[in-house]
Design a protein around this ligand. Structure first.
Ligand SMILES: C[S@@+](CC[C@H](N)C(=O)[O-])C[C@H]1O[C@@H](n2cnc3c(N)ncnc32)[C@H](O)[C@@H]1O
Length: 228
């Protein structure tokens, strides 16, 4: 199941009202801890600046606020109007900007770090997405990616049962939506495994790329540094 960018945007517009609830259920309540770790990997300091790409309903961007303190700046970018409305209802401290992850409306080196949570999987060109994030981050700053990934072989059958069977069912029950929660397992299967994703980040020009699997391995956190 492959979708065009306009179809992806419409899908996220449609599922916005149930998005946060579905996230909590699908991650068994672990998504908050994953985002907190992603923020730590961004290496931000008080007074710093960060951009969260594909920000959705804004939870990762809002978490970044704590790291940069009230003197800092956080921007959340997404192309779904409904998602941005939901994000704006949660915080007025973040600058919410409608834009395309593949053509970020910001200058080179404008931020100390960029994050993306469960977003790059939806991009038609993942390497270009990382290049854009690297472009808007200053030399020495980090690009951090939190994403679903193909789990290790031992865990894979259970994870598959969850994403292929339970998630579409929960999507029908909680979000009254079938297509979006069928698209999710399909998009995970298409997505490069964690070591290949690290290679894509290096191809995009990032240095010192490292990654860590979280919660049994169905989620991976990657980070790379923008070279001088
Ligand atoms: C699965 S949600 C993730 C939301 C949020 N980052 C989180 O951690 O829950 C993916 C988000 O990416 C956005 N998105 C997908 N492709 C995009 C693109 N090319 N440009 C901007 N946003 C995009 C969607 O609108 C959606 O809000």
């Amino acid at each position: 199941m492959t979708l065009q960018p306009d179809q992806v945007r419409e899908m996220f517009d449609r599922i916005t009202p149930a998005y946060d609830r579905m996230n909590r259920v699908m991650s068994a309540g672990m998504d908050g801890a994953w985002r907190a770790r992603a923020v730590r990997w961004a290496g931000l300091a008080p007074g710093g600046s960060a951009i969260d790409v594909c920000c959705g309903t804004g939870d990762l961007a809002i978490e970044l606020l704590d790291a940069v303190s009230t003197q800092g700046r956080v921007v959340g970018v997404d192309f779904s109007e409904r998602m941005l409305e939901a994000a704006a209802a949660k915080s007025s401290q973040v600058e919410w900007v409608r834009g395309d992850a593949l053509a970020l409306p910001f200058a080179q080196g404008e931020f100390d770090a960029a994050t993306v949570g469960f977003g790059v999987r939806n991009l038609p060109d993942i390497e270009r997405g990382f290049r854009e994030m690297a472009r808007v981050v200053r030399a020495g700053g980090r690009v951090v990616c939190l994403e679903l990934t193909e789990p290790p072989r031992l865990v894979a059958p259970f994870a598959r049962l969850w994403t292929d069977r339970a998630v579409p069912l929960l999507g029908r029950l909680i979000a009254r939506e079938t297509d979006a929660y069928r698209y999710l397992p399909a998009s995970v299967r298409r997505f490069p495994p964690a070591d290949e994703l690290a290679a894509v980040m290096r191809e995009a020009g990032l240095e010192n790329v490292r990654y860590k699997r979280l919660s049994g391995g169905a989620v991976a956190l990657h980070a790379g540094t923008v070279p001088a």
